[in-house]
Design a binder for this molecule. Structure first.
Ligand code: V47
Length: 354
């Protein structure tokens, strides 16, 4: 342990074998070193953006056991939005100040690939400066398999139709055994990484998530982070890493012990320490609660995601995020935590320091 602490003090990159020992350290030791790294990169800044999440359909060909959003026997309310409906939401969101639209759908087998992609063109025609963050690697994989397109073809179409960046969804946990238990049939780990690699190779940026607090163990989280770190060494295309805290309601994973705040904060801190090449660690308040997301800013995280306006995926599973967050509240909470609220764009350029 002394060697590991010396290594953390040096600030040098941790070897994989050292990363696997990090969970043995206590929260405050991890927090101290993660905060040093965070302060070195971002000082006291806590980033957020003005965004809107839109989930155009919940009808899904896949059956992920953690998902309470897709329509299934515990949530029998299938829907699919028309492009007109989506455009109305976009219009309202822009009126409310959104600068980014984050569009993620279930894998709906009853639609064409055009239904997935043409909406981006429609948005960009009217709002050329609105950032479109859309299509997870899981959706890319679904579109490829369902419509007989290669990954390259889907990705080139995304660019042609106006997608600016890719969200980090669908990564879940890369370990193949755990993945088979929680989301069998969905995009495999290697393919998730391959899709992001192809996206990065076209000069585009994306995020990476990790779903934790279900049946995985700490070693699986470290393995997940290391696979992200390896790809980032090659492409430098990840903007942010987002550890998503598992929400337990209305889904099909039986979890006997739920994750407490200490383990959540340790995971945030460890993310900062392992992912020395990813610029931002996002404490996504929708899954961690807003107060813990604020505390996480002192344990390695530097970003909170945004005001969201409406959230359907995590709130279906119990998170208190259904109606987003008021910008004033956001700013006041960041300030009262002793941090500097920084509104950013989707590429982390600073728009306004409050
Ligand atoms: O991949 C599904 C997760 C993700 C549950 O890129 C759940 O900036 C917790 O990826 N408990 C989609 N999480 C959302 C996502 C995301 C969110 C915010 C920002 C960004 C970004 C990306 O939601 C899925 C899945 O891991 N999810 N069910 C649940 N029960």
């Amino acid at each position: 342990m002394i060697n590991l602490i010396e290594k953390l003090q040096s600030g040098d990159r941790l070897e994989a074998s050292e990363c696997f020992k990090l969970y043995d350290l206590d929260l405050f030791t991890l927090g101290k070193f993660a905060n040093l790294k965070r302060q070195k990169l971002h000082g006291k800044k806590a980033f957020f953006n003005l965004n809107r999440h839109i989930n155009p359909t919940n009808i899904c060909a896949d059956v992920c056991k953690f998902c309470a959003f897709s329509s299934h026997r515990k949530n029998p309310n299938p829907y699919i939005m028309s492009h007109d409906e989506i455009m109305q939401i976009v219009e309202k969101s822009v009126e409310n100040g959104a600068k980014e639209i984050h569009i993620v759908s279930a894998h709906n087998p009853n639609t064409s690939w055009q239904w997935y992609l043409e909406i981006f063109k429609k948005i960009k025609e009217i709002y050329p400066n609105l950032h479109v963050k859309a299509l997870t690697a899981a959706e890319v994989d679904f579109l490829s398999r369902h419509h007989g397109l290669s990954y390259d073809e889907v990705i080139d179409k995304m660019i042609e139709y106006g997608v600016d960046s890719m969200p980090g969804g669908g990564a879940e946990i890369f370990d193949e055994d755990i993945r088979a238990k929680i989301c069998k049939g969905k995009v495999g780990s290697k393919n998730w990484l391959e899709i992001h690699k192809k996206w990065h190779e076209r000069g585009r940026l994306s995020n990476a998530t990790m779903l934790f607090g279900h049946i995985e163990e700490p070693k699986h989280r470290i393995d997940h982070m290391l696979r992200i770190r390896d790809l980032q060494d090659m492409t430098n295309g990840f903007n942010a890493f987002i550890p998503l805290v598992y929400q337990k309601d209305n889904n099909f994973i039986k979890v006997s012990k739920f994750m407490g705040s200490v383990e959540i904060l340790k995971t945030m801190a460890i993310s900062r320490l392992v992912l020395d090449n990813v610029p931002h660690i996002k404490a996504y308040w929708a899954t961690s609660t807003i107060n813990l997301a604020m505390v996480a800013q002192e344990f390695g995280a530097d970003d909170l995601d945004g005001t969201i306006q409406k959230e359907s995926i995590q709130s279906a599973a119990g998170a208190k995020s259904a109606s987003g967050m008021d910008m004033r509240n956001f700013i006041d909470l960041i300030r009262s935590s002793g941090l500097t609220p920084v509104e950013r764009d989707s590429m982390y350029n600073e728009i306004k320091v409050y």
